[in-house]
Design a protein around this ligand. Structure first.
Ligand code: ZN
Length: 64
C-alpha cells in the first residue's frame, strides 16, 4: 500500500495556507481538501507536496 504524501495548499492572494496529511488515499472533499481559500475565496490555490521536507526534518530531529 502506498502511503499518501502530505501536501500544503497555499493561497497566492492572501497567504492562507494549510497542510493536509491524508490518512488514506481516499480524499473527502470539504474535509481533506478545500476547493477555494476560506479567507478570500480564491480558487487558484498552490498545491505543494511537503513530504520530502517534513521527512527530512524528522530525520534531522532524530539525530539530535
Ligand atoms: Zn486567500
Amino acid at each position: 500500500m502506498i502511503k499518501p504524501q502530505p501536501f500544503e495548499l497555499k493561497c497566492t492572494q492572501c497567504g492562507w495556507s494549510k497542510t493536509f496529511a491524508p490518512a488514506s488515499d481516499v480524499l473527502h472533499p470539504g474535509q481533506d481538501l478545500v476547493a477555494s481559500c476560506p479567507k478570500c475565496g480564491n480558487e487558484e490555490l498552490e498545491h505543494k507536496a511537503v513530504g520530502a521536507v517534513k521527512g527530512l526534518l524528522a530525520e534531522i530531529r532524530g539525530k539530535f
